[in-house]
Design a protein around this ligand. Sequence first.
Ligand SMILES: *Cc1c(COP(=O)(O)O)cnc(C)c1O
Length: 353
Amino acid sequence: MSRFWSHLVSTLDPYVPGEQPRIQNLIKLNTNEHPYGPSPKVIAAIAQASDASLRLYPDPTSLALRQAIAQRESLDAEQVFVGNGSDEVLAHAFQALLKQERPLLFPDITYSFYPVYCGLYQIAHRTIALDAALAIRPEDYLHGDAGGIIFPNPNAPTGRGLALDAVERVVAGNPDVVVVIDEAYVDFGGQSATLLIDRYPNLLVVQTMSKSRSLAGLRVGFAMGHPDLIQGLDRVKNSFNSYPLDRLAQAGGVAAIEDEAYFQQTRHAVMQTRDGLVEGLGALGFDVLPSLANFVFASHPRRPAEEIAAALRERGVIVRHFRHPRISNYLRITVGTDQQCGQLVAACAEILA
Ligand SMILES: *Cc1c(COP(=O)(O)O)cnc(C)c1O
């Protein structure tokens, strides 16, 4: 608290990101980073862009990157917005599209940044409880009283996914408000709502290069939707920061989109490791929610999750634990390499013995 803070700043309850430990050699399974590096072509493109042209401002419209994304998704560049990580894209969507008179709806258990943006932008909101199996029920979002709707698909931190027809029911059932689908994890087995964009002008699909393209450190996120929605985001972006993506991020982002083979290979490797991780945890008695993400959400009937997390840390493995009462007995475990997941399962076996 400081007398120099604005009133708004004194009311904020900011997001707390997962720990980035300074200790070396920890097995870091707490922030859903990709276990393999980005495409070598991304590294090469960034190296090539690292020259005297850095004295010049980057393209404020990130046109080459938007065109690359548009081409891959069979969209036009006017249907694509890019930002400094999808967190920034989401923040702009909250301010440009989801701040309405009626409340914004999102699940009670979901990405914990959503209520933070509501605080920052003073957005009325209401949470909708997940069902007993921690799944989103589409019919809960069809009462016609929403000012906007946002949820991740697959949801975080549960990893559960909704089929495309269920997402479409929510979008079609709320034609007068914007529905944002946050697809941070969709490339690990989910169904993307991008296929619906040309039919629903109220749909905004947000994706990121942080997870499935192994570029959390580059900060590239994007949104796809009707040009009117994209223009709304642009108005906020151009009232905030003209150059959210630097030259290196734009060059690396284009190369990441263009290396489809590497993307396919590495996302499938993560999905395969996930199957083994689910099996290993299941054999130790963990209940593991069905995951379509690069993490699993697991609880053990005999040991509190918080205790297991602390014991794992003593053994050099970090995972994420949330204090929210409905999920306080779950651990969110990022899918690492086969070796990292093997070490995690071995450590759990030791802890539970
Ligand atoms: C990781 C994550 C994001 C944000 O990722 P960026 O690194 O900012 O692109 C957005 N939504 C969800 C649900 C996430 O898990």
